[in-house]
Design a protein around this ligand. Structure first.
Ligand code: FAD
Ligand code: SF4
Length: 510
């Protein structure tokens, strides 16, 4: 048609347009960066991706750099005075804004595997039961005919999680590292990295200037751009992952290693979230890689990856809309402490605890850490200390290159902080030092000891775990998955000293 397609900054791939000649409106709003204190590398990535897209579209694109979105719509540029169409945006606020505008038609969401009303029908049909990711995921596998063998899952099993929970390989079992930049300790090549160009140079100069003008401030360190900003880079990164790294995915998915933040993860979240890759194309490509060369991959690795992209990611997206805007304010555990400064500032040097310091340092340097550091180190620490879930949600959103409102709410409020009282998970993701010790190589390099609860050597995660269970003992008394923890609490002789110790830890970094 003649409609001009308005693209948000997370709708940058070809699947958001209807044809090769469709005209486009792109708006860069500076106010977005003034309102929130983003990680420097996140601001860079988003601006770089948008400007690359505008440059690529050339004459077809009306690109406006404005203070606020609204400025553009109050005085529409001549080229976009006619009817505009836009794919369903990814936040409540953006959706409401779109609906408030004249001559703008909102289309169904693109870049997801399931229509929202289809999910709503599925969820409504399960009233009275807990919604389960696993059920949703199996339905999606069937519908997309993905890793299927007729009606049955390929290989006869839907779920390989049990094989994907190994601790990190022990030092002596690790392959020789010839070039630490090239080879991950898991014996596969490291991730693919993009090269910067003159657009990146301009972005860097603009961000420096905005900062010098005092308009915006950032957290984290600047550094070379590490995530794709164009469709071409996105496809290269995907290909590299599938050809070289997917085979090591899964097995060590839950493990953490100092000195290798990337392990065998895909690093594709920021790329998919920018709309540069369609998740459905990503999982089909993974399946093809496997079917073409089955000797190269274990099914557990491929299924594990597909489960993340078309299972977890899709489920989180759907639940954002299904739970509605009020979900953001839930705080069932009444966690009221503000986030301390060292955490907000990503001040890894203020922290002695090896695991936390290492993870904060990686986040400061890259704007990214993988799922388990997010859940079992950062989120776990906040949960144990009773930090405000709304502040934590905002912090995750700002500090991660892949952070967007829709992906934050369910991951932080629901999965990580149990602030929804258990609508998403059956028990809180609280874990002690023993868990971190089993799943990482951090504890050997730490001044604390993972099993010590009280005293100089007390591990803040070990003590924090019991402090958390103690504070919420009444609430969890009826939860059979917490019964063992509560029984354990009754056996602790040093509980009083432990509570006193943790209450006085205060706002210092552990
Ligand atoms: P891989 O391990 O390679 O997984 C493949 C893909 O699966 C990811 O690229 C991602 O698109 C998808 N995926 C897997 N799990 C999830 C999930 N729970 N939610 C959404 N997508 C998922 N993911 C974000 O994209 N943005 C966020 O801001 C974000 N914040 C998180 C905060 C917390 C507290 C937790 C527990 C998880 C969060 N996640 C977030 C989910 C997950 O940790 C990241 O998607 C993943 O670590 C990104 O790295 P990767 O691309 O290498 O992932
Ligand atoms: Fe982290 Fe505790 Fe292990 Fe130290 S001992 S690395 S604080 S879990």
């Amino acid at each position: 048609g003649n409609d001009v397609r308005w693209l948000f900054a997370d709708q940058l791939g070809p699947h958001f347009l209807d044809g090769d000649d469709q005209r486009v409106l792109l708006v860069e709003s500076r106010r977005v960066f003034a309102r929130r204190r983003f990680h420097r590398q996140k601001a860079h990535l988003v601006l770089s991706a948008m400007r690359h897209r505008a440059a690529e579209l050339g004459e077809r694109c009306t690109f406006r750099q404005a203070d606020r979105y609204r400025d553009v719509f109050d005085h529409r540029p001549r080229a976009v005075r006619g009817p505009l169409t836009v794919s369903h945006p990814t936040t409540f606020a953006a959706r409401d804004f779109v609906q408030s505008l004249d001559r703008v038609q909102m289309l169904p969401a693109r870049g997801y595997a399931t229509e929202m009303d289809e999910f709503a029908r599925w969820a409504a049909g399960r009233r009275g039961h807990q919604l389960r990711m696993e059920d949703f995921y199996r339905g999606t596998r069937r519908r997309l005919d993905l890793l299927m063998d007729g009606d049955e899952p390929l290989g006869g099993r839907w779920n390989y999680d049990a094989e994907n929970r190994e601790p990190p390989p022990k030092p002596k079992a690790r392959p020789e590292l010839t070039d630490p930049d090239q080879r991950s300790v898991l014996g596969v090549p490291g991730p693919w990295w993009p090269d910067e160009d003159e657009i990146d140079e301009q972005v860097r100069a603009d961000l420096d200037r905005w900062e010098a003008d005092g308009d915006v401030t950032f957290v984290g360190r600047d550094g070379p751009r590490q995530f794709p900003a164009t469709r071409t880079e996105a496809l290269t990164a995907l290909r590299h992952f599938l050809d070289h790294r997917l085979r090591a995915f899964g097995r060590y998915e839950d493990a953490m290693m100092s000195g290798d933040p990337w392990m065998a993860h895909s690093l594709l979240s920021a790329t998919i979230n920018l709309g540069l890759l369609d998740p459905v194309e990503v999982v089909h490509a993974a399946e093809s890689a496997y079917r073409d060369r089955p000797d190269q991959y274990s099914l557990a690795a491929v299924e594990g990856f597909v489960r993340q992209v078309i299972g977890w990611r899709e489920y989180m997206w759907q639940l954002y809309w299904w739970f509605g805007p009020e979900y953001r304010h839930l705080n069932e555990l009444r966690a009221t402490k503000p986030l301390p400064k060292w955490f907000v500032e990503l001040d890894a040097d203020a922290v002695q605890a090896r695991c936390l310091s290492d993870v904060l340092g990686d986040l400061r340097d890259h704007g990214w850490v993988h799922h388990i550091p997010r859940l079992m180190v950062l989120g776990n620490y906040a949960l144990q200390r009773g930090w405000r879930p709304d502040q934590l949600t905002d912090w995750f959103h700002r500090s991660f290159v892949d952070g967007y409102d829709w992906v934050m709410l369910t991951n932080v409020v629901g999965m990580s902080q149990y602030a929804d009282g258990g609508r998403m998970v059956t028990k809180p993701y609280a874990g002690g030092g023993a868990y971190i010790n089993r799943m990482s190589d951090y504890c050997g390099q730490c001044p604390y000891s993972p099993t010590v609860r009280v005293g100089e050597q007390a591990c803040p995660f070990a003590a924090g775990y019991w402090w958390f269970v103690h504070r919420h003992r009444d609430r969890f008394a009826g939860n059979h998955r917490m019964r063992q923890a509560i029984r354990g609490l009754d056996r602790l002789r040093d509980l009083e000293a432990l509570v006193e110790q943790e209450e006085h830890r205060g706002s210092r970094g552990p």
